[in-house]
Design a protein around this ligand. Structure first.
Ligand SMILES: [Zn+2]
Length: 426
């Protein structure tokens, strides 16, 4: 009835919402854990009453009661407790309940699992911590050939996020982006395997990448570079507003100003012409941004460098203060920005990574960073494994432990994994 081999049910009674089962385990120990002698002469030395919480039965809690036998070894005369297979003695639960809580806590909120298992949330939290530590140890991460370094702001702090650009996976996230912790993580990767790094415009990332991966080309992420031009347009717009009405009016033109030239509708063009008449500097800013974006259409590094110099040299005076910052930034990251033409990789998958992280965050308000990280890396989405007998580039759900490329970002829309059986995703 219990499916616990070796145990005998003596009695069972229902008590409100609980089922209390009295059980017995009578196997004799085969060795003495105190002196190590096998097949020792022993004698019974009293019992201790113990209770173990088991998997719930329907909506009822199941509690197992047992008289735990103590023995005395006649070889060394010390005493020890008899074996209790399938019980997690330290937790006061059956091992199968512990496993159930660990598995469920990966894909559900702690409150829900606590209610389901009939334990308090603290227990769920601590088992989760134990399990995610185990999964971290088991994880055999394949060093990305093309590494993406980026960040996400979570609970008011920037957190470093690492992706495998080629395999479209999220490989790690750190509680902060400070140089020391980023270095510590990067040092765990195989320096010979990294051939390119694309990073956002945070200098320490570039310094560390050059330092730790001397063979790799470090490229400034195209989207982050382009974004800077948009920020310049915003700065021009904000500088133009003498009063609240104008400020709000221009604020509403924000999205229009972010559009690419080719995306403009007829109405957009009219609005833009109107803006040109009223706020010529804003129109200049829009054109400066568009021309800057066009750099990325250049065919070669040389062409791009020349186009940039031409652009910077002909910038209208009206927007010079704001775009001057962009010019300074391009000069500062010159090599990394123009190395894009040697290795045109971008952090395009960061969007997917951020969406995944936000989803885990939103699913469980109040999670600590460590919990979000563990759920992102071990439970949500799926792992992209390198598996010798299976086709590469196929996503499998958790949770076998072959080398992994990280959490798949092309499957972010999927439900959390249900069980350990690998299922081919779509
Ligand atoms: Zn002994």
């Amino acid at each position: 009835m219990l499916r616990l081999p070796g145990y005998e049910v003596l009695n069972a009674l229902e008590h409100g919402n609980t089922v209390q089962v009295e059980i017995k385990h009578d196997r004799l120990p085969t060795f003495c854990p105190q002196c190590g002698v096998s097949g020792p002469r022993i004698r019974r030395y009293g019992t201790i009453k113990k209770a173990f919480l088991d998997l719930p039965h329907g909506d009822r809690q199941v509690i197992l009661f047992i008289d735990h036998q103590r023995f005395q070894c006649l070889e060394c005369s010390r005493t020890f407790m008899g074996p209790l297979p399938d019980m997690a003695d330290g937790h006061g639960m059956t091992k199968r309940l512990v496993d159930f809580i660990k598995r469920m806590s990966m894909s559900h909120t702690f409150t829900y699992v606590a209610e389901l298992a009939g334990v308090d949330e603290k227990t769920v939290r601590s088992l989760f911590r134990e399990y995610s530590g185990y999964l971290d140890d088991k994880r055999d991460l394949i060093t990305p050939r093309v590494l993406g370094i980026d960040e996400i702001s979570l609970m008011g702090r920037p957190r470093a996020v690492f992706t495998n650009i080629e395999k479209k996976t999220l490989v790690e996230m750190l509680p902060s982006r400070d140089k020391q912790s980023v270095r510590r993580f990067l040092a765990t990767l195989d320096p010979k395997a990294v051939e390119a790094v694309t990073a956002d415009l945070w200098e320490p990332y570039h310094d560390l990448a050059r330092d730790l991966f001397p063979r790799a080309l470090v490229v400034a992420d195209k989207f982050h570079v382009m974004r800077q031009a948009n920020l310049c347009v915003d700065a021009v717009r904000k500088a133009l507003a003498p009063d609240d009405t104008t400020r709000r009016f221009l604020m509403r033109k924000r999205l229009l100003l972010q559009k690419r030239f080719r995306q403009l509708t007829g109405r957009d063009e009219e609005t833009l012409a109107d803006l040109e008449a009223r706020f010529p500097a804003l129109h200049d800013a829009y054109l400066a941004k568009e021309t800057f974006y066009d750099l990325y259409a250049c065919q070669s590094r040389k062409e791009a460098v020349e186009a940039f110099q031409g652009w910077a040299g002909t910038l209208p005076v009206s927007v010079a203060p704001q775009f001057g910052r962009l010019i300074a930034m391009v000069e500062r990251f010159h090599a990394a920005i123009f190395d894009y033409w040697e290795q045109p990789f971008t952090n395009a998958y960061t969007e997917g990574a951020n969406a995944l992280i936000r989803r885990v965050f939103n699913d469980g308000r109040g999670y600590t960073f460590a919990v979000i990280r563990a759920k992102v890396l071990h439970a949500y989405g799926s792992q992209k494994f390198r598996h010798p007998r299976l086709r590469r580039d196929v996503c499998y759900k958790l949770s076998l432990y072959p080398p992994t490329y990280g959490t798949c970002l092309s499957t972010v829309g999927l439900q959390p994994p249900e069980g350990p059986i690998p299922v081919k995703s779509t």
